[in-house]
Write a protein that binds this ligand. Structure first.
Ligand code: NDP
Length: 486
């Protein structure tokens, strides 16, 4: 990584890097070795104030630009990201521990997709003309909300920032973004690139810190909307805080998603789906299909094929492109995962493979598969957010659907079957915001993404995201005289 691939300071405010050493130290750790790779500082209240004030000041002029002009800047930023994909991917790998093999194709590039997509939509945001009686009419205006706050999780830092910033900025909002304190680096590069692409100072600011900095942003009266990607408990706190001032929210929270594999499925595709939906990013993906329901007749064949395929997992330095399985993002997350594995063994699930911390530096946990998992086991109910797959058996579609939906979560779900009618019936029956048929975990920017039940509210991506970053104003136009009773 070249030197200018590293961010130059902890925060990015009003078009420039900013630092205040009075803020508490934040160590940035490379999860593959445990080495400290950077030291940042949390934002002090003075810096949070600067970030909000500059966003508030910059937003009206940004909104007054034409959608065409705003879109051009976002699309230019997408081009720069693609040109620098390798350096950005290396930074993301150092920050998260995810293999470069993944970050090269799934992080900065998906952020660029979002900027390109919403940049393209920006000029096409129009209102409606509504004809009324007596020649009167009304029209609607789609207006920005003002200053939006984005708060990110640590698993996809660049993607999360772009999925929030791109629609927000396309509509004419300003955004103050707080990345997870575990992965603070890449969002700073995004701010730098947006500025280079022509974004006016203040329209996208980044401040670092833990929950308190996030809370300070959420409760500020200048903020009109909060978009959070994080866990359910954090979502509940942030949603409640936002409700006090009736702020708009988007909540992208956790899940314990089901994947149904029927006995008529293409077994190799189903195994591939289960691998993608449990072990990509070492299992640190909110939509993962961690409850894999396999119809009893093919269960042993499924497990045998899975075991065969898992021998292809290559643990190593994530910066080596041959590595396809990286560490947990942090020591804390590794311990959470190992505790769940111990719990699974204690509850009597059959450990088919993995289950150990790998014998190497860093926070690696082996790809782990439990079979004979029962619905009431903790490992089948709680989000683990690590490389732990639970395989459950089922007999009938009806039974599988009831069990798949028996969860407080509703983020995602998948079905593998060759029966076209069953595929659509099952998709319609899933209580989940995002579903896949004969696939798992695809998230192209064109398709709305989000959860139901405790997994969240609102949608990112697709045209739907525009609605969550704008308000409709209706304007009634009288063409005749006003008839008053006195
Ligand atoms: P957390 O909920 O712990 O944190 C999310 C973000 O919220 C972090 O930036 C965190 O700061 C911040 N935060 C914490 N407390 C507050 C508060 N009171 N007010 C404002 N902000 C606060 O989640 P993780 O970072 O551990 O991420 C993992 C979780 O995210 C998983 O549950 C996963 O399912 C979910 N997720 C959901 C996705 C989706 O799209 N549905 C996608 C990816 C992950 P800090 O951590 O720096 O203290």
């Amino acid at each position: 990584m070249t030197h200018d691939a590293q961010p130059q300071a902890s925060h990015f405010i009003d078009g420039a890097y900013a630092e205040d050493p009075a803020g508490a130290e934040m160590a940035v750790i490379y999860p593959a070795t445990g080495d400290r790779i950077a030291t940042l500082h949390e934002a002090t209240p003075a810096l949070v104030e600067r970030a909000l004030a500059s966003a508030k000041a910059a937003q009206p002029a940004w909104a007054a630009m034409s959608g065409m002009e705003r879109g051009r800047i976002l699309r230019r930023a997408a081009d720069i990201i693609r040109e620098r994909n390798r350096a950005l991917s290396e930074l993301e790998t150092l920050d998260t521990g995810k293999p470069l093999q993944e970050t090269l194709v799934a992080d900065a590039t998906s952020g660029a997709d979002a900027l390109e997509y919403f940049g393209g939509l920006a000029a096409g945001l129009t209102g409606e003309h509504i004809p009324l009686a007596n020649g009167d009419w009304a029209y609607t205006r789609r207006e920005p909300l003002g200053v939006c706050v984005g708060i990110g999780a640590w698993n996809y830092p660049t993607q999360i920032a772009c999925w929030k910033a791109a629609p927000a900025l396309a509509v004419g909002n300003a955004m103050v973004f707080k990345p997870s304190e575990t992965t603070p680096l890449s969002t700073l590069k995004l701010a730098e690139i947006l500025t280079e692409a022509g974004l006016p100072p203040g329209v996208f600011n980044v401040v670092q810190g833990a929950g308190e900095v996030g809370a300070a942003l959420v409760t500020d009266p200048r903020v009109a909307k909060v978009s959070l990607t994080g866990s359910v408990p954090t979502g509940q706190k942030v949603y409640a805080a936002a409700a006090a001032e009736m702020k708009h929210v988007t909540m992208e929270l956790g899940g314990k998603s089901p994947m149904l594999v029927f006995d008529d499925a293409d077994l190799d595709n189903a195994v591939s789906g289960a691998i993608l939906g449990n072990f990509y990013s070492s299992g640190q993906i909110c939509t993962n299909g961690t409850r894999v329901f396999v119809q009893r007749g093919i269960k042993e064949a499924f497990l045998a094929r899975l075991a065969e395929r898992l021998s292809g997992a290559v643990m190593g330095d994530p910066l080596d492109e041959a590595t396809n399985f990286g560490p947990m993002v942090s020591e804390g997350q590794m311990n959470i995962v190992l505790n769940y594995v111990a719990k699974g063994v204690e509850e009597g699930a059959r450990l088919v493979t993995g289950g150990q911390r790998a014998d190497r530096p860093g926070f690696f946990v082996e790809p782990t598969v439990f079979a004979d998992v029962a619905d009431d086991m903790v490992i089948a109910r709680e989000e683990i957010f690590g490389p732990v797959m639970c395989v459950l058996d089922f007999d009938t579609e009806e039974e599988a659907m009831a069990r798949a939906n028996a969860t407080e979560y509703g983020l995602a779900a998948g079905v593998f079957t060759r029966d076209i009618q069953r595929a659509h019936r099952v998709a319609a029956g899933f209580e989940a915001g995002t579903c896949w048929i004969n696939s798992y975990n695809d998230a192209p920017v064109e398709v709305p993404f989000g959860g139901t039940k405790m997994s969240g509210v609102g949608r990112e991506n697709g045209h739907a995201a525009i609605e969550h970053y704008s308000a409709l104003k209706s304007v009634y136009v009288r063409m005749g005289d006003v008839d008053a009773p006195f």
